[in-house]
Design a protein around this ligand. Structure first.
Ligand code: SAM
Length: 274
């Protein structure tokens, strides 16, 4: 069986692809019919949507795989550790970690939200682990990062990829940070790759304006409601950003927590030590 780590935010990718295709068709029709409506605007919209779709597919299918290997290098595993992947989805980090743990154990925990990843099910994760030849080293547990179903100090390392930002309520984030600190052994490491808001105020405004315009257009075209996708920029706006999450990690008991910007500041890696 072929390994498939799924597509992140599949509904958004589908919506953007349909909107891009509709705008591209409208551009051609306007040019051919010679109507007095600026085809450039429609063409620009089509390019924006289709470029976003291409970037999202690239990130899920290739970018995240490259970043996974860099992230796991940062754990400095010797091969006999217990590693937990929080919000493991279809097992990208979980299985990458298991490959580096010939004498250890890789455990994934998730509540399997289908909106966050295509085909998000524990069976898909276990099938990927089998296909990668690490089925016997991988364990998958149903659970919520705000109440991890593990004993204190049961892991040498905890990893996470594009999962913590899903908690856009400050109390929920605090609970997750406390839980991650609780299940780590003293000296253990937590590495988390996630979205970040651009630090520069100009870039940040442009980013949110872009998300707002794109979301409203897709919502109108597909659902007749410009507010359908408003939750995306709203949720990112509520997310306090990587520096605030690092503060929260220190408050939760980590001796150190630092942030490494990734992808021109649109993503960030947290490196925290207990
Ligand atoms: C975008 S997916 C990323 C999955 C995987 N880490 C990857 O990089 O391919 C986010 C994952 O976080 C999970 N998730 C969201 N909220 C969660 C929570 N409170 N507890 C556990 N998992 C959660 C979702 O179900 C989903 O599998």
């Amino acid at each position: 069986m072929k390994v498939d780590y799924g597509l992140d935010a599949p509904g958004v990718v589908r919506g953007f692809a349909i909107a891009g295709a509709l705008l591209a068709v409208a551009t051609v029709v306007l040019i051919v019919a010679g109507l007095p409506i600026a085809p450039e605007l429609f063409g620009l919209g089509a390019v924006m949507f289709l470029a976003t779709v291409a970037a999202m597919i690239h990130s899920s299918r290739r970018g995240k795989l490259l970043e996974r290997d860099r992230l796991l290098d940062g754990l400095g595993l010797s091969g006999d550790e217990d590693v937990l992947d929080v919000g493991c989805g279809r097992g990208l980090l979980l299985i990458g970690a298991a490959k580096r743990l010939p004498h250890g154990r890789a455990v994934g925990v998730d509540l399997w939200s289908p909106a966050d990843q295509s085909g998000n099910r524990r069976e898909a994760t276990l099938a990927n682990a089998e296909a990668e030849g690490v089925g016997e080293r991988v364990e998958v547990v149903d659970g919520d990062m705000r109440a991890l179903p593990f004993a204190d100090a049961s892991f040498d390392a905890v990893v996470s990829s594009i999962a913590i930002h899903n908690l856009d309520d400050a109390d929920d984030r605090e609970r997750a940070c406390l839980e991650i600190a609780r299940v780590l052994r003293p000296g253990g490491r937590f590495l988390s790759l996630d979205f970040e808001k651009p630090a520069h105020p100009g870039w940040r405004r442009a980013y949110f304006a872009y998300l707002g315009v794109v979301g409203a257009t897709v919502g109108t075209l597909l659902h007749g409601d410009p507010d359908t996708y408003r939750y995306i920029p709203a949720s990112l706006a509520r997310y306090p950003g990587a520096a605030a999450v690092a503060d929260r990690l220190r408050a939760a008991g980590f001796a150190s927590a630092r942030v490494i910007p990734k992808m021109a500041g649109f993503m960030a890696l947290h490196v925290a030590e207990k």
